[in-house]
Design a protein around this ligand. Sequence first.
Ligand code: C2E
Ligand code: CA
Ligand code: CA
Length: 657
Amino acid sequence: MQSTNSQSYKSAFFISLIYFILGVLWIILSDYTVALISSDESKITLLQLYKGWFFIFVTTVILFFLINRYFHSMQLQYNKNLEQIQKYQLSKENLKISQSELSKYEKLLTTIINSSPDAIFAKDLDGKYILFNDTALKMANMASDEVLGKSDKMIFTPEDRLKLKEDDKAVIDSGQTITREEDILTNEGAKKTFLITKGVLLDRTDTIFGLFGIARDITEQKEHERFLLESKDKFYNLSHLDTVTNLPNRLHISEVLVEKCSQKVPFSLIILDLDEFKIVNDSYGHRFGDKLLCEVSKVLVEVFDATAFLARMGGDEFGIIVNLSDKKEIDALMQKLHSKFTSPFKIEMVDVYITASSGICIYPDDARSMEEMYQAADTAMNNAKKLGKNSFSFYNAELKKEAVVYTQMVTNLKQAIQKSELELYFQPQNDVKTGKIVGVEALLRWKSEGKMIPPDVFIPLAEKSALIVEIGDFVLKSGFETAKRWHELGVLKGRIAINVSARQLIHLDFIKTLKAMLKESGCEASWIELEITESSVLENPQLVINLLEQLRALGFYISMDDFGTGYSSLSYLKNLPIDKLKIDRSFIMNIREQPKNQTIVKTIIFLAKELGIHILAEGVETEEEHSFLLENKIDSIQGYYYAKPMPLYDIERLLQA
Ligand code: C2E
Ligand code: CA
Ligand code: CA
């Protein structure tokens, strides 16, 4: 203001000085000029009057312009000032408003930050806290003055600090917002899981001055997730795991097979089936059997490496998927596997000798889908069973043909009865001392399209396909009718022995059917001998013993066929309601050269005599065999030594002779 004053003094003084100089110059020069123009007194007075007026006029004009300029500039300055004043007043007003707004927003923000269920915090670049919301304080169990301005050291364990520091560094180095899950140990010593989001804080020049963080306690959620996952796992395990061996089950291996087939990479499926496992199960009980299955699963784990997929398919069947397709390599592996079955498994101090049969099918050469793979491996496994115990077999086109032939044969067999292709042959059973016929065994024959199909082939087929019940009924019916006829003719003193397979025997209607057939044919039960195999008793001892008792009560004579092949102990015999034992042909063959078989046969004969059971030897062909049996006091003999099975007409002639 002072400088403005002195400036205006200077300007006023300068203008006045010029005016003064001009005025003085004007007076001097104009008077001089007037004196030059005229010397006439009256003229000079007049000129001086004009000069005076001219001076007034000129100074008036100058004064006008000067005053006008001055006022104009004054006005401009005034306007400018006014504008500034207005602006100033406006900004003052604005400032007032924004300050109140600011405190309003600050309050709002603080409220929001503090009422968040998440911990919210901010740190400066030195790692000192500049913000720590109520939730964070509650979580840390601290007061705000204990935290603000302090570092992590006050709150976290050294290990947690290290993790958090790394996170902070990553955020500041990258300038990015980062979200991570961290397990943090709380002050109370509980481990909690937090989902932590961190990002940088920027000032007006976009320079990082710190970082902020939002931490959510997700411990419960995590636990819930874990629980769900575990439950899912448990459920998956329950439905995909075999509880006996802890190996994956059939469902699981099927899923793997489907996937494998879709990948189009060669691999192999092996199906391993234990031989005669049922006998172990029935003799020692299910718990024992389960233990054996576990031991077998251990062998599989031992033989196959971790890339193989092992499963228990159910029962005594295991499935193995191996990433091999080279037959030589698989062969070597199978040799190793089957060698494990040559020594016994030790279970509950008992040495159990069990063997297995395996079938191998290679993708994609043998089969291309899960179903085909199963079928092919199964066919190969069945072939291995045929090859003998403890063998393995690869699937091949020949087996496929056999399978087709098998299906065809089942179809043909179904029609065999209607087409009258089935016929009974009869083989005599002779008294060993007198040689007289004391009974006959009825043996079934099938003439299919002019070819004779042996019962060893079609009976197992019929047993598998359940046709055996229908076929068995045919045999019983024909046998009963023949017995009735021979009784009327008076040709047979003894009985007709009829083979009854296990499946037929345990059929619910068996006894009812027998009764009905007896009634219909007029045959008496006492004319008939029912042959039951040792293995069918072993398959279901309690049920079979019960059935045999009922049959005996009806008047039937019961004999046990193929005795010695079913691994039953001799002491077992006394519990069986049987009248006759048939020693299997395998013990009789070349008996003179088989000291072991001689001992077995002698023991069986001795025991049967002790128990009052009739004893017959099957498959006697030679004089040596016959004489041995005679020496050892066998009761009767059935074999080619006397006669082969023959048609009805022939046997009737033989009987009448
Ligand atoms: P299986 O019941 O053990 O019958 C004895 C078998 O031995 C008969 O064979 C008979 O011909 C044969 N055989 C008898 N003596 C000798 C001999 O001295 N040497 C030799 N090498 N063999 C002899 P087949 O008739 O071929 O019957 C085989 C099997 O088929 C029978 O064995 C039996 O298990 C079954 N089978 C036959 N007919 C029937 C039937 O009607 N029902 C059932 N369920 N099975 C039957
Ligand atoms: Ca028989
Ligand atoms: Ca037999």
